[in-house]
Design a binder for this molecule. Sequence first.
Ligand code: UDX
Length: 451
Amino acid sequence: MEKNGQRSRRLVLLPCPFQGHINPMLQLGTILHSKEFSITIAHTEFNSPNPSNHPNFNFLPIPDGLSVQDISSGDIPSLIQRLNVNCKSHLQECLSQIVTGGQQDDIACIIYDELMFFVETVANFLKLPSIILRTTSAATLIARTTLAQLKLEDLVSLEDSVSQDLVPNHHPLRFKDLPFPSSRKLETFSQLVIDMYKIKTSSSVIIWNTMDCLELSSLARIQQQYQVPNLPIGPLHKFGPGPPNSSLLKEDTSCMAWLEKQTKNSVIYVSLGSIAAMDEKELVEMAWGLANSQQRFLWVFRPDSIRGSKNEVLSQIFKETVGERGCIVNWAPQKEVLAHSAVGGFLSHCGWNSTLESICEGIPMICKPCFGDQRVNARYVSHVWRVGLELENELERGEIEKAIRRLMAGKEGEAMRERAKNLKEEVELCIKECGSSSNSLNKLVEMIMSF
Ligand code: UDX
């Protein structure tokens, strides 16, 4: 590709193939494309992005060798370990062809998701600079390494995942807030953490989808351990020419017309992201909690989000009790939904993207973390940034009803909404010219240009 008589520099980006990881990586690609880089997305066959949604990018499919069983097992740490083994030689081969082919743009560097750490070995082999993208919060790194270290020293077991005791030196985290894996394999998890966060990295930079105004002290604590710069350039979806559509599921935009008919701050948006699932009992409790709250709601109900059989009770509850007060879709245009003035609260699993997207729109949250980093994020939302409250126990209709009323109709909710509005303004300052994330982004571009 030529621009002003000069070859533009190519960046190869390799996301981890889950929705919550694909989104920030493609957002980063969009930002860097707007800075005149040419972008190639190297991706696994599993959950591959749709090239027609990204006409400005090139795509490089990498065989991943995953079996149907790997994909359906639900054991995400093992699946990630497998990807790190299976994809290495294929990526190396594909990139070698580009590097030695000589007909394409130079590859300036490879940017990879922290979970796809095999890329560092490939980059070293090809003598290409590499950059890591961390897609979770800084607090999550600290919590994960703490948990892995405790496990190495045999000081923690899965039983501690319900303990209310505070983790020493990690205020305000309790043991139950640590990112225990949902599968019963604490060893696999610990190994993954060690591989992912090794202090001695040959990567040149670590990029974070977070910002100083949220996580200054966690970022400073992390920077002390690493020799390479840690650059917080979040929230990625708010930079550049607008986020690309990287949804793996088809968005049902009919909910936007429904939102148009609702009054300001009257709707609670409910979504548990792209992976978390409920069993039938939890589904019924959630449905009754929403129905009994008497509030308006928009509920994302993914087809695969129910373990076990789908429930007839649901349609009955909605026909008889809810009517026009609720809207259910399989998958929503979430960023647009959260930016709509009718939405006044978000009942969320607190995946990092959902948490950031909610904070960016000044929407207070009810946190119902399901696994992993979501627990850390929920604790920070409720006890550090204080823009939400946490549903601590099993899903139960009375608790859900009470939490929704507290957030949507109570004085406490009003105070959280006010704090959420202030936090939104702080985030806006980070991405303005000379804001901390903007400065970090400029630094990143300079570094890439210097490779
Ligand atoms: C996963 C992990 O579960 C999460 O904890 C981790 O932080 C990132 O990887 P996921 O559960 O999918 O992610 O949650 P989240 O991080 O919130 O990402 C979901 C993404 O899907 C968000 O960008 C959200 O906007 C989008 N989304 C969700 C939609 O576009 N439509 C929907 O209906 C629901």
